[in-house]
Write a protein that binds this ligand. Structure first.
Ligand SMILES: [Zn+2]
Ligand SMILES: [Zn+2]
Length: 156
């Protein structure tokens, strides 16, 4: 693998985190709330939910990216970055945080613990308004999030 291709993969994953946070905040909690609402109804997911339609749309778009380029084309490596991001996202968000697969994984790692708490705080709001922490692989310090949540609640 050429160094430039590795750079593309890593850069794509970083850009993805920003893009996903924006999509989550402005699309899924915006006009796309109809699909995402199912994900805010309960913390523990059993079976499929309407929100999974997003995963299908994103996967289809990524397959399209792969199809557009061969391994010599930058686009192929960007598609790989998107795929790796999606796999890590699925493992942390769906398996670790929402326990869609049964497991006894209780992370001691500070980064993972912070990520989990931040996402549970995201789920602290049931409605589409007033939410916090829209990112998935990066989470601000928990104390900062709690403050934000308090001030959002006070404004209501
Ligand atoms: Zn949400
Ligand atoms: Zn969630």
């Amino acid at each position: 693998m050429k160094a430039f291709n590795l750079f593309l993969v890593i850069a794509t994953m970083i850009v993805m985190e920003g893009a996903v946070a924006l999509i989550h905040k402005y699309v899924m909690h915006g006009f796309g709330w109809g699909w995402h609402e199912s994900h805010h109804l309960s913390r523990r997911q059993t079976g499929w939910e309407k929100n999974d339609l997003y995963a299908i749309v994103f996967a289809a778009a990524t397959i399209g990216l792969f199809a557009l380029g061969d391994t010599n084309a930058p686009l192929w490596w960007i598609a790989l970055g998107v795929t790796l991001y999606g796999m890590i996202y699925g493992l942390l968000h769906d398996v670790l945080i929402h326990k869609r697969l049964a497991h006894q994984w209780r992370p001691k790692n500070r980064y993972l613990k912070r990520l989990m708490t931040a996402h549970y705080l995201h789920h602290a709001t049931r409605g589409r308004e007033g939410g916090i922490s829209f990112g998935f692989l990066y989470a601000p310090p928990v104390e900062k999030l709690r403050k934000q949540l308090r001030s959002n609640n006070a404004r209501k």
